[in-house]
Design a protein around this ligand. Structure first.
Ligand code: ZN
Length: 319
């Protein structure tokens, strides 16, 4: 058995794997597109293949790794290794024993965790939140996810904690992808922002967003589409991003009023892309709603980059 461990970040569009040593140093990595057809078994097979590739790059067999951690979307049960309701993955509405399947395929113990929570734990151990006793991670991407560290340890609640995207920031407000109304994600999640942009376009609002999308060969408003449209000075892009920031600030302030964390780390596709640019605005929006406003938490952007989710996942099997 080597002192190397594996980490897998299972996303809706890509599977990222890493092999890290005990210091969190990346020794091998691989990336594959997430299968868009088939079912959980096909996704698991692609994950195993990507993990073997990363192991090969690090010069080990997957079976000789000291364990592998997986950050998974949906309802990921860390005790049983079962993942349910991962709706952005093909045919994954029901339960699938992902941990057991990957353990058999890769020949070493595989543990499962929530994708955002493990990424936040990675930032806490090795990145932006290093050394903090308490931390709130806000992952701003297609949806808005969260992770909490309290007293130096992850706070999982009964398994469903830190769903900050579904904190209500407006009663009877905009419809959220979760089906409820007025959630922070209904204003700040990329999927909800795209839906709003399409409604505005249909109403005759002028915008370059969808031209930029087509020019870049995309069929969705990805983070890079938002960034390019903002750079071109598109007014709707700017106003929807500012609206997202207002609601993020409102929701984060409520969480800070409740938890009084030392730091807030902003990650995710939009968070990493726009975090630095909008951090002062975000802090300002948050500040308006802080009950104790003379000692705000430190606001930081996630530091581990594209590999952060996979590196964080590898900590699930840390010694
Ligand atoms: Zn919601």
């Amino acid at each position: 058995m080597s002192d190397l461990r594996g980490g897998i970040d299972l996303g809706g569009t890509k599977i990222q794997t890493v092999v890290v040593d005990n210091d969190g140093e990346v020794k091998g990595q691989a990336r594959k597109p997430t299968p868009t057809e088939g079912g959980p078994a096909d996704v698991a097979a692609a994950m195993a293949e990507a993990m073997r590739e990363a192991a090969q790059e690090a010069g080990v067999e997957s079976g000789n790794l000291g364990g592998i951690g997986v950050g998974s979307p949906g309802d990921a049960n860390g005790k049983t290794g079962v993942v349910s309701g991962a709706r952005n993955l093909p045919g994954w509405e029901n339960s699938f024993p992902l941990g057991e399947t990957l353990t058999d395929a890769l020949g070493t113990e595989v543990r499962i965790g929530n994708d955002v929570q493990v990424a936040v734990e990675g930032e806490h151990k090795l990145g932006a939140g290093h050394g903090r006793n308490s931390l709130l991670g806000v992952w701003w991407g297609t949806g808005v996810g969260g992770g909490i560290i309290l007293d130096g340890r992850p706070w999982l609640g009964r398994g469903a904690a830190a769903e900050i995207g579904h904190m209500v920031v407006k009663r009877n407000g905009a419809r959220c992808p979760c089906g409820r109304r007025g959630c922070m994600e209904a204003y700040a999640g990329r999927a909800a922002m795209e839906a709003k942009a399409r409604r505005d376009l249909a109403k005759g609002v002028e915008t370059d967003l969808f031209h930029v999308m087509k020019k870049r060969g995309k069929d969705r408003l990805t983070s890079s589409v938002w960034e390019h449209a903002l750079r071109e000075g598109d007014a709707l892009t700017e106003s929807l991003l500012r609206r997202a920031i207002r609601y993020l600030g409102t929701g984060i302030a409520s969480a800070v009023n409740l938890l009084d964390v030392e730091a807030v780390v902003i990650g995710g596709g939009l968070g990493v892309r726009f975090g630095d640019r909008f951090m002062d605005d975000l802090a300002g929006e948050m500040h308006k709603h802080l009950f104790v406003d003379d000692n705000p938490p430190k606001m930081q952007v996630a530091e581990l980059g594209d590999l952060g989710g996979a590196i964080g996942a590898s900590l699930l099997v840390a010694p």
